[in-house]
Design a protein around this ligand. Structure first.
Ligand SMILES: [Zn+2]
Ligand SMILES: [Zn+2]
Length: 446
């Protein structure tokens, strides 16, 4: 094995803890980066900190950086771009939905004209020095979610991005399992795979199972429906739009982010809404309550969200009435349980009917569980397996799954942020450790 046949894999974030995902893939001559996300964390003073990956390694490297490749448009994958893109001055490649969200971020930071943005399409083969990137279809909770296959001098490295395996999604594409199987046949050097639900047994259920549950909730409701979800969960929004139409209800939107994402998704044809269904808030006020669905954010108890303002009786444009039904279509992300529960308590105090994840089918996860993760490992048959995107216990659980799927124990490698993993045809190992700073950008009162 010559030095030029090896590849280095260096996570600058996202491995060993959730958030600020950023993976460096380095050949003997150049560097390619996958994702550039943020991490929101609460500090001891109760403030919400915004952290980005420490890019000192990228500042000091002598090798050219070819590109930042983006897998999808969630904050933990694109949120750091406005803070690092100008300094790194490298082109960004992103699928359409992520690209629109990146553009709006860069516009807010007055950086839109300074960064080279290249759209990614399926079937592209993006030549980046000695590495060629080939995006492939994955299925996740936001449209245009991709995995990226990196053809490197050492062999094929597959980065799954975030994914679930939904064999019959209501909307949007399935994961391209055929492609994964083909690569498995021709030989995969390393699989870097999403570990978020590696501790969950079984399969992650299809979005499809929620339809009957939502229809029953909407069917029983006497007054307005207030439906809260993530602003990026476009397929969930499509689902509630379709159900609203079926039950003869009109839909209005509370919240700037939700409005922006709905507008982008309609433009990209990820959302199909009958022209009469979506109405503005003024028109909504003139309709009887039983004709209305209000879509908003706030499932995690975010203080500036529509749902939390309604729960705290401090929304300027709307207030709750005791005939309202609230559907909290999410489960709390670890760390947000307290705020999420407090919001539900405050909604209940106002006498409204609330459906939430502990008592009703309101949410399915956007990440694959153990049997889904095993499927991807078995299809790709990687020589080396590297769990990514998760806390350490999830990485460990995912490593064990890989070994159960016949990856040799010494080839199922846990790395953490800052570890430099070198992989060649015959061996792989951590050869260095880069010290990383937290990368704190700003904080604000939570
Ligand atoms: Zn995601
Ligand atoms: Zn993610």
């Amino acid at each position: 094995m010559t030095n030029s046949d090896t590849i280095k894999i260096l996570p600058l974030g996202g491995v060993g803890h959730f958030g600020k995902n950023m993976m460096v893939i380095e050949s003997s001559q150049d560097i390619t980066i996958v994702d550039a996300g943020v991490l929101f964390s609460k500090n001891d003073d109760g403030e919400l900190d915004l952290e980005i990956p420490d890019i000192q390694y990228l500042r000091s490297t002598q090798k050219p950086i070819s590109a930042i490749l983006i897998t999808h448009g969630h904050e933990d994958h694109i949120g750091a771009i406005p803070f690092i893109a100008k300094e790194l001055n490298v082109p960004i490649f992103a699928p359409p939905m992520a690209m629109e969200l990146i553009k709006s971020k860069l516009k807010e930071h007055h950086l839109l004209d300074t960064i080279t943005l290249n759209p990614i399409s399926l079937g592209d083969k993006i030549k980046l020095g000695r590495i060629t990137a080939e995006p492939f279809q994955m299925c996740h909770s936001i449209p245009d979610s991709l995995g990226i296959a990196l053809h490197t001098p050492a062999g094929l490295v597959i980065h799954t991005g975030d994914f679930k395996i939904d064999h019959s999604p209501l909307y949007g594409p399935k994961a391209d399992l055929h492609k994964l199987a083909q690569w498995g046949q021709s030989g995969v050097l390393a699989l870097l795979s999403d570990s978020t639900y590696a501790t969950h047994s079984g399969h992650t259920e299809s979005e499809r199972i929620l339809t009957a549950s939502f229809e029953s909730m909407v069917g029983q409701a006497k007054g307005r429906i207030i439906f809260a979800t993530f602003a990026s969960s476009i397929y969930r929004i499509q689902q509630i739009m379709d159900i609203a139409e079926k039950f003869g209800r009109y839909v209005t939107v509370l919240g700037r982010k939700m409005e922006q994402n709905i507008s982008i998704s309609r433009r990209l044809e990820h959302l199909t809404i009958h022209p009469d269904t979506l109405i503005n808030r003024q028109t909504a006020r003139s309709l009887p309550d039983e004709k209305l669905v209000i879509i908003t954010t706030g499932t995690q108890g975010e203080p500036t969200s529509g749902l939390v303002r309604l729960a705290d009786k401090r929304h300027k444009q709307a207030e709750l009435s005791d005939t309202d039904t609230v559907i909290v279509s999410s489960s709390p992300i670890p760390g947000n349980e307290k705020e999420s529960s407090r919001t539900i308590d405050n909604l209940l105090r106002q006498g409204v009917k609330v459906f939430y994840n502990e008592i009703a089918d309101v949410h399915v996860h956007g990440h694959g569980s153990q049997e889904d993760l095993k499927l991807v490992i078995n299809l790709t048959k990687p020589k080396y397996f590297i769990p990514i995107h998760g806390d350490y216990r999830m990485l460990t659980a995912h490593q064990e799954l890989a070994v159960e799927c016949s990856v040799p124990p010494l080839n199922a490698l846990i790395i953490e942020n800052g570890d430099v993993l070198e992989i060649g045809h015959r061996s792989a190992g951590i050869i260095d450790k880069i010290d990383l700073e937290p990368g704190l950008i700003a904080n604000r009162r939570y």
